[in-house]
Design a protein. Structure first.
Length: 402
């Protein structure tokens, strides 16, 4: 067992915010302080380790000492009190290089990893705990390869980080999606319309599949299967006819695409042309396209009647607010498991849930594969909805594919 002494743990959150991050930060901090560690909260994700100026007298804008009082105050809330960013230190555009480094990094795209390493040493960080999705954690792999002690914690509402059955934020996302869908169905029913809800899910359809399986919608379309628009229209018209209140519901993953579309990201619908540091353009709008097409095509399946649409993008409503019970519990357990690994002298590990048990895996697993819905096992391509069969022996969230 490693003796804590005066050693320092750094913790950061990167990428999108989700409920459950603050409980994880709180859990790490409380255990670590009681074991004699100093804990620094790196602010704004990887940006905190890029922007920090070692010659400055005060580093609290980028690295905040964490106390029991501070983490107890915010530990039950949603979001991340350390703030977050999508900074990628290995690929910083020249316009984003901090002013104090501008004369040293002059390429169009710069690798500022040497500065990150120097800043970690300057802060005295012995072990770094990044909490994030596969983008954030992939840079954690880079630091691990550079010799930094790294223990990663997976979070993303898409639940698509490889190596784990569960990512912080997913349960709250599913809970909110079901809740909001049930609220909106009253308007769809009142006006006898289709209800189209666009949900998160760039490459993985878990955030549409699980709410659909829980009864939130009649159909769902997901990134893993290109769907036929006529078939979707036909099914929703049938569902509407069979519903005493004359409406039907479809959940649309933001990364879903039509049958016959080009392969890769070019088939997705985007809000604009700008991309983040990891090359991702902001998705949004497939729900609008589906809604318009449903309205246009519906007379073919209704004897000439045009069915109007209630169309809503759920967006940040499913990732805001307090965590649900599962994300509060998992955030706490993940934080404590990360601290257990540090006390055991382990690094280069990813805290995870596998087969319903808390565990850890090699950190490199996050870059070794992609985690997607197993369409053959879990999705009915013809009926455009999940399979409802063979649940015995399945994990809590049924279709986790780590």
């Amino acid at each position: 067992m490693v003796r804590a002494g005066d050693r320092t743990i750094g913790i950061l959150t990167g990428g999108g915010d989700v409920p459950g991050l603050n409980p994880a930060i709180r859990a790490v901090t409380l255990r670590a302080l009681r074991e004699g560690y100093r804990v620094l909260g790196i602010r704004r994700g990887w940006a905190g380790l890029v922007d920090l100026d070692r010659d400055a007298a005060d580093h609290t804008r980028h690295a905040l000492p964490l106390t029991e009082e501070l983490v107890n105050e915010v530990g039950h809330a949603g979001g991340t009190f350390l703030h977050t960013s999508r900074t990628r230190p290995s690929a910083v555009k020249r316009a984003d290089v901090p002013a104090h480094l501008a004369d040293r990094y002059t390429e169009e795209v710069n690798d500022l990893t040497p500065e990150v390493l120097a800043n970690l040493e300057h802060l005295g960080v012995d072990t770094l705990i990044p909490i994030g999705g596969d983008d954030t954690l992939s840079y954690g792999v880079r630091l691990h390869e550079e010799g930094v002690n790294v223990v990663g914690i997976p979070k993303t509402m898409d639940n698509d980080v490889p190596g784990t059955d569960y990512c912080i934020g997913f349960s709250t996302c599913v809970t909110r999606t079901v809740e909001l869908t049930n609220r909106l169905r009253t308007s769809a029913g009142s006006h006898e319309r289709f209800l189209v809800l666009e949900v998160f899910g760039r490459y993985a359809g878990y955030t549409a599949m699980l709410p659909a399986m829980a009864g939130a919608s009649n159909r769902c379309v997901i990134p893993e299967h290109r769907f036929d628009m006529d078939r979707l229209t036909e099914l929703l018209c049938e569902d509407r006819d069979e519903n005493p209140n004359s409406y039907s519901v479809v959940l649309v993953s933001e990364g879903a695409a039509f049958e016959g579309a080009a392969s890769g990201d070019d088939d997705m619908v985007f809000e604009g042309t700008a991309s983040d540091a990891y090359g991702h353009r902001k998705l949004g709008g497939i729900g609008d396209v589906v809604a318009e097409e449903l309205k246009r095509r519906s007379p073919q399946y209704t004897g000439g009647e045009t069915v109007n649409v209630v169309n809503q993008k759920l967006g940040y409503l499913v990732r805001s607010g307090d965590p649900d019970a599962i994300d509060s519990l998992v955030g706490m357990a993940y934080g404590n498991t990360a601290l257990d690994l540090i006390l055991q002298g382990e690094s280069g590990r990813l805290v995870c849930l596998q087969d319903g048990r808390y565990d850890h895996a090699p950190l490199e697993v996050v870059t070794a594969s992609a985690k997607r819905v197993d369409v053959d096992q879990h999705y009915n391509r013809d009926r455009l909805r999940p399979h409802y069969q063979s649940f015995e022996g399945s994990p809590l969230f049924i279709m986790n594919n780590s």
